[in-house]
Design a protein around this ligand. Structure first.
Ligand SMILES: [Zn+2]
Length: 341
């Protein structure tokens, strides 16, 4: 029994972290990760170019300027406009914008940032922000390897000066603690030393020079356990990072405690300015079977205002199907795509 469990979990790790199958005796990011606290994301620098370049960390975790709340583990690297922005980890592009030329030192400029979002397939998504207009080398759906060029650093959106904002979030867009190989190296620390690789304000960091082995077959992150804190598991392969407008999606799952008679699926669509679109707010109540399983169909309407929108979804247990209300609100944020993509 014990050995069966162990071999099963090893297979699971290899499915999630492709590096462990393919790289033989080369150490990879993910083999090293077993030495650290699970939520910390250990990655390479998101900036490339001249190996003698140095990028100063001008804001890091809990930065008083803008790295608060869900953004609390973000990091800002000062970088000249035009500096290559490269993928910190392999993944699939779930959102990209490169047409904005606007930037200013005020929150109202936040919606004018150019960006690339990369889904790593394990429930985490990287954000690359403030990119230069017209510099994007990738589009939605592209597979990228660590070190691949995404675009160029710029000064669009809410910014005090040219820099790259980088973070890795869970599917609810809450950022996760970060560590970087290049920072550990600059501090002459082993990557498994406590605190090594943590970005500290004032540090100057070299660009990524190594490239991990990469297979280019990352799938969109499935919802899986995204709603387990609300007592629900999603058991089919529905993405919690992207969805196509105007399409039906089947969602299959189970409640962890079968006394909950139903689940409530809440959906809302936000405009580019993050304002809810009235017609895109929906709530579906689904009765569970005796064994706790359920199946539902959800739909993201194709609305005229739907360009550039994101959609929030959360699933939670409710005690009675007749009283389908819940006061929790922690959405998985999906990047909604046009159907003709
Ligand atoms: Zn930032």
């Amino acid at each position: 029994m014990i050995s069966r469990f162990q071999s099963h979990s090893a297979v699971g790790a290899c499915l999630l972290f492709l590096g462990c199958v393919a790289t033989g005796d080369l150490p990879t990011t993910h083999e090293t990760e077993k030495f650290i606290r699970p939520p910390a994301q250990l990655v390479h620098m998101p900036l490339g170019g001249n190996k003698n370049a140095k990028f100063e960390i001008v804001q890091s975790a809990h930065g008083p300027f803008s790295h608060k709340g869900k953004a609390k583990y973000s990091v800002d690297f000062k970088a000249r406009i035009g500096t290559p922005v490269v993928a910190a980890r392999a993944g699939i592009v779930v959102a990209a914008r490169g047409d904005s030329t606007t930037g200013c030192d005020s929150e109202e400029c936040a919606v004018h940032a150019n960006y690339v979002y990369v889904d790593h397939g394990d429930g985490t998504v990287a954000t690359y922000l403030h990119l230069k207009a017209g510099s994007l080398k990738v589009k939605v759906g592209d597979q990228v390897c660590q070190g691949d060029r995404l675009g160029s650093s710029g000064n669009t959106g809410w910014t005090k000066g040219p820099h790259l904002h980088f973070d890795i979030s869970d599917v609810s867009q809450s950022t996760l603690p970060l560590r970087f190989y290049e920072i550990a190296k600059a501090s002459n620390l082993n990557i498994d030393d406590v605190g090594s690789g943590v970005p500290i304000v004032g540090m100057k960091v070299s660009p990524a020079v190594t490239k991990e082995h990469c297979l280019k077959n990352v799938a969109y992150s499935a919802c899986g356990q995204a709603f387990d804190e609300f007592g629900v598991l999603i058991t089919n392969n529905i993405s919690c990072t992207t969805a196509e407008l105007g399409r039906d999606y089947t969602i299959v799952g189970r409640v962890i405690d079968t006394r909950f008679e139903a689940v409530m699926i809440s959906q809302k669509m936000l405009s580019r300015e993050r304002i809810p679109i009235a017609a895109g707010v929906d709530k579906t109540c689904v009765r569970t079977e005796k064994d706790g399983t359920f199946r539902a169909t959800i739909h993201w309407p194709f609305l005229p205002k739907a360009l550039g929108v994101s959609g929030g979804m959360f699933v939670t247990t409710v005690l009675s199907a007749d009283r389908c209300v819940a006061n929790v609100d922690k959405h998985a944020w999906l990047h909604l795509q046009k159907p003709d993509r």
